[in-house]
Design a protein around this ligand. Structure first.
Ligand code: F3S
Length: 64
């Protein structure tokens, strides 16, 4: 799995980081800092899904 954040949509809620800090890093202002196509290992895929689902801006995309 790969995770990407759309920086145009991210408004810094940091809920992704609160739910899944192993996957979603944030910068000093609380904006998701994973960039695009960050590799997610199999053991963290459930966490990645939960983090993406908790983003109120729907800024996170997961792909296989
Ligand atoms: Fe941004 Fe959504 Fe996370 S707005 S900081 S991607 S919860």
């Amino acid at each position: 799995m790969k995770a990407s954040v759309d920086s145009a949509k991210c408004t810094g809620h940091a809920r992704c980081n609160a739910v899944a800090p192993q996957v979603f890093t944030v910068d000093d202002d609380g904006y998701c800092s994973i960039g695009t196509d960050k590799a997610v290992p199999p053991e963290l895929e459930a966490a990645a899904r939960a983090g993406a689902a908790n983003c109120p801006e729907r800024a996170i995309t997961l792909s296989s």
